[in-house]
Design a protein around this ligand. Sequence first.
Ligand SMILES: [Zn+2]
Length: 469
Amino acid sequence: MADHQRTIRIADFELPRGPVTIGALMTMSRASWEHLRSQINLRRQSDSSVPLARCRLCEAGVFIRSQATKTDHVPMFVHFPEGSKDCPWYEGRTLQPDDARAAQYQGHQESALHRQLCVTIEQLANADTRCTHSAVDTYLRPEIHKRGRWPDVYLEFGELGKFALEVQLSKPFAPEIAARHIHYDNEGVRLVWIFNVLEVPLPQGFHDVITMQRGNAFLFDDDAQAASIERGTLVLKCYLENGKGGWLEPRLVTLDDLQTGYGRSAFIEDRRSDLLVASSKEERSCWWKAFQRAQNDKPHSPFYSTAFAPAWDSLLLKVPGLETWKDEFWEARSDRGQAHVAMLFAILCSVAHSADTGTENVYITKYKGEGAVLAMLNSKLSSGDFKHCANLIDSFVRSTALADLAERPSLRRMIKQADDTEAQIDNEHPVWRAMARLFPEVLDGLVRAELDDLGRLPKWAVSSDMAVK
Ligand SMILES: [Zn+2]
């Protein structure tokens, strides 16, 4: 590793993701950077002229390389091979994808074990009377032929649909994984990758497949074979991620158990987006519970209640600079930072909950019924306390189902006035970052984009102009 300093320090992703530093990439969870890696490869396959992520210096497309270490993998940004050698961050020669694929494919085709597994799987599937057509390693249709792709095992299973089973013994190559998912999706064929063993540590290519399959790994082994014979249909062994870097107890599943209605992937249980959806709500629900307790704290204002203390302490630990801001805020306004953040939370919760239920509910100010959210926002922005958050509030509202509110003349006027008279916090500011932790679906570009990719953005966080996607 002689040339360690020559590495891409910042990659600019298409919005809403925005810039991602190498530091941020390296501290991400595996699920998060693997999602980015897959999205980059999917884009590369579907439209190579517009990269999803670009090098900050030379603006050429970059991908995420998974660098193997002794026990794991470390992600890093790398220029695609056609990138400029003149870029100061150019990292030197990279592996030529075509050579790698050719070498791998050669070995793959020659493998007698591979052939035997494919034939066995086809025979077992054929024992099921619903299987009307099957083929091993054959050109199926002119479309597939033209693009030079054919599945290891192809099955037509009546109403259950058409399946391409890729039996993968050697590690698959990332661009190939993306290409196959796009291809079969266009053909209306469900793609399922089947492994023979789960190596430890698992090579990145297998991780990439599991990412596409939302945390599901399918194996065809002796247990699966025995169960297939017994049940008279194809049975696979399914490993589901446990969310802690390991697996749940494996289950024996059939093609009937697959969820196939979610775009490019077939899986038993969505282990990735369920966890992402849950973790997005986690911090917010602590604050919400604290707020409910605080409301019983009469006659004091709920926002000054000690009920918020644990939630506030946890936020202080997670948001760098919040502690310092709290002290500065006290100096400037003689008010408690915790109460200010709690009020901002109540403002944004009013927007989010009203967007979610379609009924206007505000948790700060006394407005009720139709027009309550707009009246609350106008009153909070006119009072001075929240003028410095006008841009935050504006971009929050615009990213929700209540986006139309942001076009109301009264609110436009308030926001402009606030923007003209007071310095605005931006997305680097500790208060903005605190809100991004509480409402990542809207304010954290990476989380928002990932939920959107997976079709799991909650409806309150879907703005009307996103429907085009
Ligand atoms: Zn560059």
